[in-house]
Design a protein around this ligand. Structure first.
Ligand code: GRF
Length: 207
């Protein structure tokens, strides 16, 4: 059984996508054992409650420094015996200590085709605004392993989504979430739960 800890900051639609795929049997041998948010008002915490999943609010600003914040996260996810940490709409940076301890066991969903429209400040609606400003015809979403720099780790899965005439940042974000994010994040978890990923430097191979 793959024990998953999910980190959230907002609405939790990516968390919901994972829970739905577990419920409908698409994601076998996986269980979300805890949800952690940096934002006590995140609706994602309500989704955890509705699914009887233990949750916690652990926010960087509650700690003297990143090292203490790291220690709190490590303590929490170790206590829940998590095999995999999933950043699902999580908007804060996590520390190097945590990343090193959970090397290649932390994944993130980003709402663009990395390396486009990513890095510090590119979160939520911003990647979609930038994609429209640039005039790209295709955008999408990326699941990648987490490394200390924002959105910098080896790419696991990507899915492209067409930009349509008359798109607003909001309509584009909705399509990327529905057609890409909510598909490739659970799929990446499924591959990991079946030991189907091999990381070779920066290259992630699906076995
Ligand atoms: C999504 O666009 C996700 O890609 C980004 O945050 C947004 C909200 O995600 N990281 P969620 O609804 O909280 O899962």
């Amino acid at each position: 059984m793959l024990r998953i800890g999910v980190m959230v900051s907002g609405g939790g639609t990516n968390l919901q996508a994972i829970l739905d795929k577990i419920t409908d049997g698409n994601l076998k041998n996986c269980v979300v054992v805890t949800v952690v948010s940096n934002n006590k008002n995140a609706y994602a915490l309500e989704r955890a409650k509705q699914n009887d999943i233990p949750s916690a609010v652990i926010s960087r600003k509650a700690f003297a420094d990143t090292k203490e914040y790291d220690k709190a996260l490590i303590k929490h996810f170790t206590e829940f015996k998590c095999d995999l940490i999933v950043l699902a709409g999580f908007l804060s940076l996590i520390g190097e200590g945590f990343i090193k301890l959970f090397k290649n066991r932390i994944i993130n969903i980003h709402p663009s085709l990395i390396p486009s429209f990513c890095g510090k400040g590119y979160y939520g609606i911003v990647p979609h605004q930038k994609a429209l400003e640039y005039g790209v015809k295709v955008t999408g979403a990326t699941v990648h392993f987490v490394e200390p720099e924002y959105d910098s780790g080896p790419v696991i899965l990507q899915k492209a989504v067409a930009v349509e005439e008359g798109d607003t940042p909001e309509s584009l974000q909705k399509r990327v979430m529905e057609q890409a994010e909510w598909e490739i994040l659970p799929e990446a978890i499924r591959l990991i739960s079946n030991n189907r990923l091999k990381v070779d430097g920066r290259i992630v191979r699906i076995l």
